[in-house]
Design a binder for this molecule. Structure first.
Ligand SMILES: C[S@@+](CC[C@H](N)C(=O)[O-])C[C@H]1O[C@@H](n2cnc3c(N)ncnc32)[C@H](O)[C@@H]1O
Length: 224
């Protein structure tokens, strides 16, 4: 059996027992596929991890950068208290945001979730101008070249003790190549190095295998 087939089988087994899609999550995937959105959402086991992180964090407020069809949004929003919880999710593509808005409403989460359309680097200053309460968790999962800018914004919009999660930091292993000039690799390396050197951050990165192949994520705690 090939290694990746093995990863798929193990992920399917874990998903069946630990993080099966319910109707709303399955519908979110199905409607995203039907609308032609790229299948680059987190896996179910990763969605459950995000939900657990938000719960461990006691999160009341979550900021997500990169909505797609709202699959990760639903996992995260379900960790929030029904009274007073809030999730703001930023999406560049109006079509993706439209599909996500329907998926989130079908999951009964529209009162908690605010989908904002536009380039995140335009939405973030507008969000900051509203002086929102600090976000307890930020999930960064959009255009990887802008990861260091998203990390800067996450620092401005969080508090000591907040958690920042950056997805897809392995880039097929290219993240280790200092000579790779691709925007995604440069952006990811800059974010990793910023987590390592910033006085307000303590973080790590974890390589993963599973239904989406070889990947990984970074976690950073805001210190002050
Ligand atoms: C990997 S997908 C997000 C997947 C989603 N978090 C999930 O797991 O279900 C990345 C999304 O970021 C969006 N995106 C790309 N560039 C962006 C930008 N500059 N601002 C906001 N969103 C952007 C893409 O349109 C895409 O929908």
């Amino acid at each position: 059996m090939s290694e990746s087939r093995l990863w798929d089988d193990v992920d399917a087994y874990f998903t069946t027992h630990l993080s099966p899609d319910d109707d709303a999550l399955a519908a979110a995937r199905r409607e995203s596929d039907a609308a032609g959105l790229p299948p680059v959402n987190v896996t179910a086991t990763q969605g459950k991890l995000l939900q657990l992180l938000a719960q461990i964090q006691g999160a009341r407020t979550v900021l997500e950068i990169g909505t797609l069809g709202g699959y990760s949004t639903i996992w995260l929003a379900r960790a929030l208290p029904a009274d007073g919880g809030r999730l703001v999710t930023l999406e560049y593509n109006a079509r993706h945001a439209e599909v996500a808005t329907r998926n989130i409403a079908r999951a009964g989460l529209d009162a908690l979730v605010d989908v904002r359309v536009g380039p995140a680097l335009e939405s973030l200053p507008k969000l900051a101008d509203e002086n929102p309460p600090p976000f307890d968790l930020v999930f960064i999962d959009a255009d990887k070249g802008n990861n260091p800018h998203y990390l800067e914004w996450a620092l401005r919009l969080t508090r000591a003790g907040s958690l920042i999660v950056v997805d897809n930091v392995v880039r097929g292993g290219r993240v280790a190549d200092a000579d790779d000039t691709a925007a995604d690799v440069r952006g990811t390396r800059a974010a990793i190095e910023m987590i390592g050197s910033h006085p307000r951050l303590s973080g790590t990165a974890v390589q993963t295998v599973g239904g989406k192949g070889y990947d990984g994520f970074a976690l950073a705690r805001v210190l002050a």
